[in-house]
Design a protein around this ligand. Structure first.
Ligand code: SER
Length: 318
């Protein structure tokens, strides 16, 4: 078995990805790692290592110790936090990627997954059906780091034959593991606040439409692009990926089907400018054609699943 290392395993996507990969490939074959220890389930379900994602030496040590062949690099500073700490955001997002790409170039590992984001697009990109290839002039540090990272991925693929695969995630909605520091986080917080308090103050305006996706679909896409035959993965910068696009007003309306008295108010802050620079709807036909991407959840089925699960897991609401 080619062992797998997940860097940033305790983050929003890393947590769900670790659970899925351990289920698919066996607990002992999936090494979780992060800058700090994770929750009980993460720590007890398989091997765990403390790893600073910016330390190539430490990553190599863990790769050698566990005979790792595939790395999923999920550690990143997201859009809103990186606007507050631009230098740190750039440093974490770039240094970690170059470290992992170098390890693949040096043949310690065979395959790399690295997430990009819809944040690669900016105000000058077409907002509706944003194409795979178009103008990319991001206005956030996060977006700049993702565009640069995509080109590094493509460079290492072309120049050194590194098998690196990447998708541009939209906003990811989850209930089990929470996001931190992103502009799309409101669409997770809203469910928790609706169930806890019956009301929510949104930091984006009511008609801000953004591309989003349920965690189940995001994990599916991640696992499937890594399983695809190398010749099917024709884009080695990163693939557009889309599922649903909605506004705060529309998600609030869905929640009202379960909590009729739910109230939403709007108080846009600095994140509004970030959201306004991003696409409204993304064209992901290349991913669908090249490696068979398909999403399963729409806003209605996602809302039903999240509310049902949160009601079952009341401990998450405390
Ligand atoms: N969810 C991310 C953010 O809001 C976008 O990739 O920063």
């Amino acid at each position: 078995m080619n062992k797998i290392l997940i860097i940033g395993a305790c983050g929003q996507i890393g947590t769900a990805l670790t659970e899925k990969l351990r289920e698919d490939y066996g607990n002992e074959n999936v090494i979780a790692s992060d800058i700090r220890e994770g929750g009980k389930e993460m720590m007890e379900s398989g091997p765990f290592e403390i790893v600073d994602a910016t330390s190539k030496e430490r990553i190599l040590e863990v790769v050698k110790k566990h005979e790792v062949k595939q790395v999923y690099l999920m550690a990143a500073m997201l859009s809103a936090t990186a606007e507050k700490y631009p230098q740190k955001g750039w440093e974490l997002n770039m240094t970690s990627l170059l470290a992992v790409l170098d390890l693949a170039k040096e043949k310690y590992i065979d395959k790399v997954f690295w997430p990009s984001s819809m944040a690669v697009f900016g105000s000058t990109s077409p907002k509706i059906n944003t194409p795979q290839q178009t103008i990319m002039e991001p206005t956030t540090v996060y977006g700049i780091s993702k565009v640069a990272g995509e080109h590094w991925c493509n460079y290492y693929h072309e120049k050194y034959g590194v098998d690196v695969r990447s998708i541009r995630y939209p906003g990811i909605i989850s209930w089990k593991s929470l996001p931190g520091g992103g502009t799309t986080d409101y669409a997770v917080d809203i469910y928790f606040e609706a169930l806890k308090k019956g009301s929510f103050e949104c930091f984006l305006s009511e008609d801000t439409r953004l591309p989003m996706m349920y965690m189940e679909d995001a994990i599916d896409a991640t696992v499937n692009i890594m399983k695809a035959n190398p010749e099917c993965v024709k884009t080695r910068t990163s693939y557009n990926l889309a599922a649903i696009s909605f506004t705060p007003k529309e998600i609030a309306q869905e929640i009202k089907n379960y909590i009729p008295d739910f109230e939403i108010t709007y108080k846009p802050d600095f994140r509004q400018d970030i959201a306004d620079s991003w696409p409204r709807i993304i064209d992901d036909s290349a991913a669908r054609k090249d490696w068979g991407w398909e999403h399963a959840y729409d806003l209605t089925s996602m809302t039903k699943d999240i509310i049902t699960n949160l009601k079952k897991h009341e401990e998450l609401l405390s």
